[in-house]
Design a protein around this ligand. Structure first.
Ligand code: NAD
Length: 282
């Protein structure tokens, strides 16, 4: 039976450390979040950001825009936040309505205020492996924290990541390579080619971020694997992950619950990034 990897406990410890550092810096940072349109998932995430920010003494500004806002107007607003000295971090909350180009807009955020690590300059630092002043995407970093908490020597292990998004799969592949892990990244076309089970079956570290409820069957999990389930799916009023939990728990050595695994750590990583941004701006 697997040991549970509960993000909340690790997150509480990290939040306490960050709080002490903000106090030592004698700063009351400001985090600005841009939220466009109505999206229940995004609004729930924004609420949890605001709650943790408050507990850290961070001023959280929520800037809401109607779904019809133009790209030019949002771009102008980002420039305004860039120039405001009091603002230390900027979040452009995903998802954006279809007429807005996320990549174009995120690249207008000042890289030193890019708390989500999604500006091309910060993504580039990740590819180059430069450690100084880099800001790493929060969910990928949360998964690495959970992996570190297992204290397993990761060198040479086989990792399989299912999902290749910019916020999870792609940055995780790079972070795992830095730890000398052998990495395979699977995606929808892997499934269409009928190869997903084969890859999952040899994973010593399995990370799943697809948003497809219980896509990964418990019987596919290699005995003793470390399973990190990033997915959050609402099914019949309950939150479940992308991995069939009960049978996977029987086979894995470590497994994240959903909810309560990766989620609570993601916001803690956001605050750690804010601390890095504040330091870079000093
Ligand atoms: P996304 O939609 O950007 O990407 C999904 C990825 O899954 C794509 O690369 C796609 O190719 C792959 N995929 C989809 N169907 C597949 C299939 N049948 N077989 C193999 N691969 C398949 O998603 P995202 O933004 O990375 O989010 C993924 C999930 O993680 C969602 O459930 C989201 O809610 C959750 N999430 C959780 C946190 C957290 O903090 N816990 C943070 C971010 C995202």
């Amino acid at each position: 039976m697997a040991q549970l990897l509960e993000g909340k406990k690790i997150a509480d410890k990290i939040i306490a450390e960050i709080k002490a550092q903000f106090i030592a810096l004698n700063r009351q940072p400001v985090l600005a979040c841009i939220l466009v349109g109505d999206n229940a998932g995004a609004e729930a995430y924004v609420k949890s950001q605001a709650k943790i920010a408050e507990s850290l003494g961070v001023t959280y500004q929520l800037h809401k825009f109607a779904a019809l806002v133009s790209e030019v107007e949002l771009g102008e607003f980002i420039k305004q936040l860039n120039s405001e000295k009091s603002v230390n971090g900027i979040i452009l909350q995903m998802p954006l309505p279809k007429h807005l180009d996320y990549e174009k807009l995120v690249s207008q955020i000042e890289p030193k205020k890019d708390v989500e690590g999604l500006h091309p300059e910060n993504m580039g630092k990740l590819i180059c492996g430069s450690s100084s002043g880099r800001v790493v995407p929060c969910t990928a970093n949360a998964v690495m924290e959970l992996l570190n908490s297992t204290q397993v020597d990761l060198r040479g292990l086989e990792a399989v990541i299912v999902g290749r998004s910019k916020i999870v799969g792609k940055p995780l592949a790079l972070l795992l390579l830095e730890k000398s892990v052998t990495v395979t990244v699977c995606h929808s076309a892997t499934s269409k080619a009928g190869k997903l089970q084969e890859h999952v079956n040899r994973a010593q570290i399995l990370i799943v971020a697809t948003g497809k409820a219980e896509l990964i069957k418990g019987s596919w999990i290699k005995e003793g694997a470390i399973v990190l389930d990033v997915g959050i799916n609402r099914v019949e009023g309950k939150l479940i992950g992308d991995v069939e939990f009960k049978p996977a728990e029987e086979r894995a050595s470590f497994i994240t619950p959903v909810p309560g695994g990766v989620g609570p750590l993601t916001v803690a990583m956001l605050m750690r990034n804010l601390l890095a941004c504040v330091k870079a701006q000093l």
